[in-house]
Design a protein around this ligand. Structure first.
Ligand SMILES: [Cu+2]
Length: 461
């Protein structure tokens, strides 16, 4: 029955009236749904573009598109139908640099040629310590005589990599390469075993995207890896990872050497190797590879991606950026979109022979200190690197409060701690690199400030 106060009143019967009410309800619901959808899309776009600097990492919903019982292997174009990659493509570079991402949409054949070098090389330049290193260089690059770590290689899932390894005739050892990116006997090691003066070639399909270790697997494999015979192979997914402002490669490794003699030469120490007690732990093969003039540089507002391989030989790495976070972690360096990324991690575990891919956002100017947070390796053994973030301060994120206002008026049971790592200059005479760790704590209304404690790389372990 019609009612004067009923906005949906009809003049016929109640059934018809209900239909009109339902139709109008549906219409209102539909309009509201459309508006809600548009608003949600706008909010999502704002979050992705503004809140995350335009970065769109893989999401759990995307990962769910490939259930575990389905293959993630690419559909392979037969090798006979593949074209050679454009000669302008770059597939090898030296860390911390990486070759540019492979962004083409088809599978190609590309070639890389590595040479094996053996030489006495710097290990701890600030202390004048050298050791015998074996490693890899881009073939023909005679400017490189120390090949540890070896070049960073890069290709795309589905590509065929034609890899040639040459053992220079001046070398003394047989060598080869086991590529963790390769599917086939020994990762190619047997097929690539070469005596001094020999070369060998394999053609291999890149099936899984990620950041992969490669290493020598000849003879006493631990001895060869401990001499520096390793590198990194980045395999880009079919759909490239989101573009970032910087991409860098870092390789952690251990050096089992004696104390240096009077000339600074530290020799291979098999006892230390057997005990898994390295004398040095380094990023990119040197104690100074990522500091001073070699520190990495980015700006506030930029995003950097680090491809990190733990070359071992024996230790797991606890990769941590002091003063920042891993905004994105591709766990175990497995960048296939079927995987779920981690957001906002503090420290990511990287097993020996494994990797991670992490991203860091510059939010305030500082020096991010890259460490293995098993900190003996950083303070006593050399595993440290720096990312300098330039730009404008942001007090909404970080500011120092003067001590007079920082001290609580009433004793509090809640303590606060802050820590910083910095380098100190060694004297010209000792040429020591000093690290100091300054710990300041505010606890129960009292301030404790410990004096900087310098340790030297040569500090006996
Ligand atoms: Cu070798």
């Amino acid at each position: 029955m019609a009612h004067a106060s009923d906005p949906y009143a009809c003049v016929h019967d109640c059934e018809h009236r209900h239909e009109v009410v339902e139709m109008k309800t549906y219409t209102v619901t539909a309009i509201a749904g459309i508006i809600a959808g548009v608003v949600a899309a706008l909010v999502l776009a704002i979050v992705l573009v503004v809140g995350n600097e335009g970065h769109v990492p893989p999401t759990p919903s995307a990962a769910a598109q490939v259930p575990p019982n389905q293959s993630i292997l690419p559909k392979l174009t037969p090798v006979a139908q593949l074209q050679m990659a454009d000669p302008a493509e770059v597939h090898a570079a030296y860390a911390p640099n990486v070759p540019p991402p492979v962004t083409r949409s088809d599978q190609r054949i590309f070639e890389v040629h590595l040479e094996i070098v053996e030489a006495v090389c710097d290990l701890d330049p600030a202390n004048g310590v050298k050791t015998e290193k074996w490693g890899y260089r881009i073939a023909g690059d005679t400017t490189v005589t120390c090949g540890a770590p070896g070049p960073v290689l890069r290709g795309r899932v589905g590509d065929v990599a034609r890899i040639t390894v040459t053992n220079l005739p001046t070398n003394k050892q047989p060598h080869n390469i086991d590529f963790h990116a390769v599917t086939g006997q020994g990762g190619g090691a047997a097929a690539l075993t070469v005596l001094p003066g020999e070369s060998a070639t394999i053609e291999v399909r890149l099936l899984y995207p990620g950041a992969f270790m490669y290493h020598c697997a000849a003879g006493d494999v631990p001895q060869h890896i401990a001499h520096g015979m390793y590198g990194m192979f980045i395999v880009d997914p079919e759909k490239p990872l989101p573009a970032v402002d910087h991409e860098w490669a870092i390789m952690q490794s251990e050096w089992y050497v004696s104390d240096p003699d009077a000339t600074g030469l530290a020799t291979f120490d098999r006892d230390r190797l057997s005990l898994e007690e390295p004398r040095y732990v380094t990023f990119n093969g040197l104690t100074t590879a990522l500091m001073n003039e070699n520190e990495l540089v980015m700006r506030v507002g930029e995003r950097a991606r680090i491809y990190f391989v733990n070359e071992g030989l024996n230790l797991d790495s606890n990769f941590h950026p002091i003063g920042s976070h891993w905004d994105v972690v591709y766990p175990e360096g497995a960048t296939h979109p079927a995987n779920i990324v981690i957001r906002g991690s503090q420290t990511t575990l990287v097993p020996a022979g494994g990797s991670t891919v992490v991203e860091l956002v510059g939010l305030v100017p500082m020096k991010v200190v890259l460490v293995d947070h098993a900190l003996v390796r950083t303070f006593y053994r050399g595993a440290v690197g720096y990312i300098r973030i330039d730009g404008t301060e942001n007090p909404d994120i970080f500011r120092k409060v003067e001590p007079s206002t920082a001290l609580p008026k009433q004793p509090s049971s809640e303590g606060q701690a802050s820590a910083a790592v910095e380098t100190g200059g060694g004297s010209e005479q000792t040429a020591q690199v000093l690290l100091s760790y300054r710990f300041a704590a505010v606890h129960d209304g009292y301030t404790f400030t410990c004096s900087p404690q310098p340790w030297m790389w040569r500090n006996p372990s």
